[in-house]
Design a protein around this ligand. Structure first.
Ligand SMILES: [Zn+2]
Length: 84
């Protein structure tokens, strides 16, 4: 099947910074050293989710419904915890 040309409307959403809790009760996703690529990259007409602190793209072109809502992402650039 040939790739579909999709007209992209760039949509971006800032994630929310969370404090480091004393006890981590949720999954923290993190990247190996210096890997600045997004945690998830979608092919659908989704949204980009950027770090609430440094605007680094953590999730690219993914629909919000397909994301694990309780997960926390450790920004590989500024090391802040981000959540949706
Ligand atoms: Zn960041």
């Amino acid at each position: 099947m040939p790739p579909r040309i999709v007209k992209k409307v760039p949509r971006e959403r800032k994630m929310t910074i969370v404090e480091y809790p004393e006890k981590i009760t949720f999954p923290v996703l993190q990247k190996p050293d210096k890997d600045l690529s997004p945690f998830f990259e979608g092919t659908e007409n989704g949204m980009d989710f950027v770090c609430g602190s440094c605007n680094h793209v953590l999730i690219k072109n993914v629909r919000i419904v397909s994301l694990p809502i309780l997960a926390v992402y450790l920004c590989p650039q500024c090391e802040q915890l981000n959540t949706l």
